[in-house]
Write a protein that binds this ligand. Structure first.
Ligand SMILES: NC(=O)c1ccc[n+]([C@@H]2O[C@H](COP(=O)([O-])OP(=O)(O)OC[C@H]3O[C@@H](n4cnc5c(N)ncnc54)[C@H](OP(=O)(O)O)[C@@H]3O)[C@@H](O)[C@H]2O)c1
Length: 305
């Protein structure tokens, strides 16, 4: 089968290439999915799981991409809950070959049914950013209606979904980003926007939750804005900034079928809009992941036309 492979960590996204790889075999509780569309987070190439298996053994050439939408073509021994021919979407194991390929082996529990009226490209854009936003707001941030949330990087993949979910939930959303992102931030549901390059973050005042996707100095300054009892939630590694009278939580997104169902239902009924900036083919994927101009939103690879 055709797949994108990564062999050289130092080369980053520019070092990925299109290659011929063996089709995956289903392990116990797996399904094989014919991938119709795949998402990719460029920082995957800095994660140890892209380069080694759980025992620490090198596993290159590895196939990146860990979110997908496609059709089940085979079931492994003991697999229940999904059928051959079923449309599915979801998040695959970080330590196994991923979704920038014509086929992928994935545990059935990591997938949810993809309704027939949701396009594969939209389905593939939702698992990582949608589940990260959901888990960050509701599980780790324990968001309550009426609270205020500072969503960093609100024009990006995670931030745009977090802003929409928080607004729907009855929160007041302050989005941040670059100056060019103001209109997009408001379009995705932010009540107000802070241009991190030109505005003063501290003018925001107190917030109940910070949803951080940036880290560093922005995260440390944001920690000082968290009200007593509030939470700084970050997805970019262990928190460096800590609220004086609140929690700091970092987490890695996990697959969750019920949450995937909630997310896709919102897309179907118009409460949630995907944030896709570019759709490319597998042949164009490496170039698409090395854009020459700035893009906000997801690049989705349409593997089967
Ligand atoms: N822990 C987890 O489970 C998890 C899950 C998903 C994502 N992540 C991580 O979360 C981060 C965001 O992911 P994403 O998919 O949402 O990325 P994304 O689509 O690139 O969004 C990030 C947004 O933040 C903006 N931004 C970054 N630094 C900024 C700064 N200093 N000032 C103003 N704006 C800034 C970016 O603008 P520019 O493009 O111009 O920089 C972009 O619009 C990544 O590091 C990713 O690895 C972690």
């Amino acid at each position: 089968m055709k797949a994108i492979v990564a062999t050289d960590q130092a080369a980053g996204t520019a070092g990925m290439s299109l290659a011929e790889r063996p089709e995956p075999q289903p392990a116990i509780n797996d399904v094989i999915v014919e991938v119709h569309a795949s998402g990719f987070v460029p920082t995957e190439l800095t994660w140890p799981s892209t380069w080694t298996d759980r025992a620490g053994r090198e596993r290159t050439p590895s196939i990146p991409g860990h979110e997908l939408a496609g059709v089940v073509t085979a079931l492994g021994y003991g697999t229940t809950g999904l059928s051959v021919g079923q449309r599915v979407f979801g998040l695959t194991d970080w330590y196994r070959d991923g979704t920038l390929a014509q086929y992928v082996a994935v545990e059935a529990r990591n997938l949810a049914p993809l309704p027939g009226d949701v396009d594969f490209t939209v389905g593939a854009s939702l698992p990582i950013s949608g589940l990260t936003a959901w888990q960050g707001l509701f599980q780790h941030g324990r968001l309550q209606a009426g609270q205020s949330v500072l969503v960093h990087g609100v024009a990006g993949a995670v931030g745009s979904i977090a802003a929409q979910l928080a607004r729907e939930f009855g929160a007041y959303v302050i989005g941040t980003g670059r100056s060019a992102d103001r209109q997009k931030a408001l379009d995705f549901g932010a009540n107000e926007f802070v241009d991190l390059g030109n505005d003063t973050l501290e003018d925001v005042g107190g917030v109940d939750i910070v949803f951080d996707v940036i880290g560093g100095d922005v995260q440390k300054r944001s920690a000082t804005l968290v009200r007593p009892g509030g939470t700084l939630v970050t997805v970019v590694g262990p928190a460096e900034g800590r609220p004086t009278d609140g929690l700091a939580v970092d987490f890695v997104v996990e697959s969750d079928r019920a949450q995937l169902n909630e997310i896709v239902q919102r897309v179907r009924d118009g409460r949630l809009r995907a944030n896709i900036s570019n759709i490319a083919t597998l042949d164009e994927a490496v170039a698409a992941f090395n854009p020459i101009e700035r893009r906000t939103g997801k690049t989705i690879i349409r593997i089967r036309q």
